[in-house]
Write a protein that binds this ligand. Structure first.
Ligand SMILES: N[C@@H](CCC(=O)N[C@@H](CS)C(=O)NCC(=O)O)C(=O)O
Length: 214
């Protein structure tokens, strides 16, 4: 069985959502890496970065990096049509935006979770976080400006890119700001939030608690 080091409300959630849609069984090893040192050490046995998501295949092979995991699993299950195939005209933009979300946006988590990783002055921490939030909002805006969505980001079919954006847009600077920065994608993520196939899943793995949009 697939094993995922993951956590509620973390970057493992789009992968878990995808496996839920696919109906592929998986086991989550819960690890709140950004709060719990013991959990981090558990993850480090598979991924020296101590980050979730970390996927362990039945063979024991480890795959890290959320975008790589989503792309790999979508390619492994082409019949589910959760990603444009190699010869699909949307393939290039799909790869572009999957990498963009990971590199231009999600990668800031390492600093946001603990700004003291890049400064010795705790006085600077709030300003660093504010500037990162501004940059993330700008990046969402630039992406939104350059896409021509259908019902979903790449057209009329749900893809793992939609699951990825739906989850990552819930991280700071949170959804309310995302809706303003990215009005086209705002409609799409709301659709994914309310996809009946994922109702139970969201309630368990990234609940819409009071005030969640901020
Ligand atoms: N580049 C990684 C980023 C993963 C990441 O930042 N995960 C966070 C949780 S959402 C984490 O484990 N943080 C702990 C740390 O970086 O020390 C990916 O795309 O999978």
């Amino acid at each position: 069985m697939l094993k995922i080091f993951g956590a509620v409300g973390s970057g493992s959630v789009p992968i878990e959502a995808m496996l839920t849609l696919l109906g592929v069984p998986y086991e989550v090893i819960e690890a709140v890496t950004w709060e719990d040192e013991a959990a981090r050490e558990r993850v480090e046995t598979a991924n020296p970065l101590g980050q979730v998501p970390t996927l362990v295949l039945p063979s024991g092979e480890v795959i890290t990096e959320s975008a790589a995991i989503l792309i790999y699993l979508a390619d492994l299950h082409p019949q589910a049509r959760l990603a444009p195939g190699l010869n699909d005209p949307n393939r290039a933009q799909y790869l572009r935006w999957m990498t963009y979300v990971s590199a231009a946006i999600y990668a800031f988590a390492w600093i946001k979770d603990d700004p003291m990783r890049i400064t010795a002055s705790d006085k600077l921490a709030p300003e660093i976080i504010d500037r990162i939030h501004d940059r993330i909002a700008d990046c969402w805006h630039m992406m939104d400006d350059q896409i021509t969505p259908g019902r979903y980001i790449l057209g009329d079919e749900l893809s793992v890119l939609d699951l990825y954006v739906t989850v990552i847009s819930r991280f700071a600077p949170w959804r309310s700001r995302f809706y303003k920065s990215a009005p086209k994608m705002a409609e799409i993520v709301r659709q994914v939030d309310t996809d009946p196939r994922l109702n139970e899943f969201w309630a368990k793995r990234f609940p819409f608690d009071e005030g969640w949009e901020r």
